[in-house]
Design a protein around this ligand. Structure first.
Ligand SMILES: Cc1cc2nc3c(=O)[nH]c(=O)nc-3n(C[C@H](O)[C@H](O)[C@H](O)COP(=O)(O)O)c2cc1C
Length: 320
C-alpha cells in the first residue's frame, strides 16, 4: 500500500465500522482504518462470507455477533487495527483477516484503563522489546503491510528513539498521534513533535491530531513534513471533511450515514453511538431528536426516525 499523500480516516471505536468507512471513502478518504479490535475477541471469530450483504464477516462463535465486517470494495484501503500484548496472538489474529484487508495496524496509543491493564495500547510504549517482538513476528509472517500507531512520549527525544526502533522492525508506515498519554483530547496536538519524528525517519509518517477542516490537511502536512494525514474527530463530526470542495451540512451526512447503516446492516449500538456523537457536537442530546434516537432499538427504527422507510424497503426488496 502506498502511504504517500493520503487522507486517512483514523481508527475509532464504535464509529469506524463499515458504513462509516464507506461514507468517508465516498467523500475522499484514501485509507480507512477500522476500529480497534482486541485480539482475544477476534480469535473467537470465524470468517463467514455473507452473500446476502456482499460482505465478509468475522462472527463470534456462540453469540453470532459480528465483530468485524468488511467488503471487497474497501479491500485495498481498509486497515485492520488490533489491540494486543502478545506476538503469537497478534499473528493468529492477523492471519485470520489479512486476505480481506489492505494492512494490519497495532494500536500503541490507547490510554484507556482496559487497554493499559491488559498490557495493550499505550502500555506497549514502555515495552520496546515487546513492540519488536510483535512487529517483527507480523512482518516476517504476513504478505500485507504492517504498521503501528503511537502517541508522543514524555520528551521529543524519547519519541524519536522509539520511532527509530519501530522503523527498524520493517513497518511500512508509522502513525503518530501528537498527544502524550496523559493529554486529553482538548489539549492541542503537538505538531512540532510529530515533525521531529518525520525528520528522524525514512519511512512514511502519518500525522494525526487536530485536523478539523480540509485546509488543516495541508497545514499539518506543512508543519510536520509527514507523508500523510489522519483525522478522527473532524471526520466523526463531519465525514465530508475529506472533500476538497468543502463540508456538506451535517444533517445531510447523518442521513447518508443512516442509509449506509441500513445498507450494511450495521450493529444498532454502533449506529446509535455515531449518530449521538454527531448530535452532541452539532446540537444537543436532550433535544427531542436525541431522545428519539435513544429510544430506537433497531437500525430500521433509526431509518423510520430519519424518514428512510422507503430506502429500507428498497434495500430489502433488492436482496429478496
Ligand atoms: C470516538 C473515538 C474512538 C477512538 N478509537 C480509537 C481506536 O479504536 N484506535 C486508536 O488507535 N485510536 C482511537 N481513537 C483516537 C483517534 O484515532 C485519534 O488518534 C485521536 O482522536 C486524535 O485525532 P483527532 O485530533 O483527529 O481527533 C479514538 C478517538 C475517538 C474520538
Amino acid at each position: 500500500m502506498d502511504y504517500e499523500n493520503k487522507l486517512v480516516l483514523a481508527p475509532m471505536v464504535r464509529v469506524g465500522a463499515l458504513p462509516f468507512r464507506m461514507l468517508a471513502a465516498e467523500y475522499g478518504a484514501d485509507i480507512t482504518y477500522g476500529e480497534e479490535i482486541i485480539d482475544h475477541k477476534m480469535l473467537k471469530c470465524e470468517r463467514v462470507v455473507n452473500d446476502y450483504l456482499g460482505t465478509t464477516d468475522f462472527v463470534e462463535k456462540g453469540t453470532g455477533g459480528v465483530v468485524f465486517r468488511t467488503c471487497p470494495e474497501e479491500r485495498d484501503r481498509v486497515v485492520f487495527q488490533m489491540g494486543t500484548s502478545c506476538a503469537a496472538r497478534a499473528l493468529a489474529t492477523a492471519q485470520l483477516v489479512c486476505k480481506d484487508v489492505a494492512a494490519i495496524d497495532i494500536n500503541m496509543g490507547c490510554p484507556k484503563s482496559f487497554s493499559i491493564s491488559g498490557g495493550m495500547g499505550a502500555a506497549l510504549l514502555s515495552k520496546p522489546e515487546l513492540i519488536d517482538d510483535i512487529l517483527t513476528t507480523l512482518i516476517r509472517n504476513l504478505d500485507v503491510p504492517v504498521t503501528c500507531k503511537i502517541r508522543l512520549l514524555k520528551s521529543p527525544q524519547d519519541t524519536v528513539e522509539l520511532a527509530r526502533r519501530i522503523e527498524k522492525t520493517g513497518v511500512s508506515a508509522l502513525a503518530v498521534h501528537g498527544r502524550k498519554v496523559a493529554d486529553r483530547p482538548k489539549d492541542a496536538a503537538k505538531w512540532s513533535e510529530i515533525a521531529d519524528v518525520v525528520a528522524a525517519l525514512s519511512i512514511p509518517v502519518i500525522a494525526n491530531g487536530d485536523v478539523f477542516d480540509y485546509e488543516d490537511f495541508g497545514r499539518i502536512k506543512k508543519a510536520t513534513g509527514a507523508a500523510s494525514v489522519m483525522v478522527a474527530r473532524g471526520a466523526m463530526w463531519n465525514a465530508s471533511i475529506f472533500c476538497s470542495k468543502g463540508k456538506l451540512p451535517w444533517e445531510e451526512i447523518k442521513r447518508e450515514y443512516v442509509r449506509k447503516s441500513i445498507l450494511w446492516d450495521n450493529d444498532v449500538k454502533s449506529t446509535k453511538q455515531t449518530i449521538k456523537e454527531l448530535i452532541m457536537h452539532h446540537s444537543c442530546l436532550e433535544f427531542p431528536e436525541g431522545k428519539a434516537v435513544n429510544k430506537c432499538e433497531t437500525v430500521a427504527d433509526l431509518g423510520k426516525l430519519y424518514g428512510e422507510e422507503e430506502y429500507c424497503i428498497a434495500v430489502q426488496e433488492s436482496r429478496s
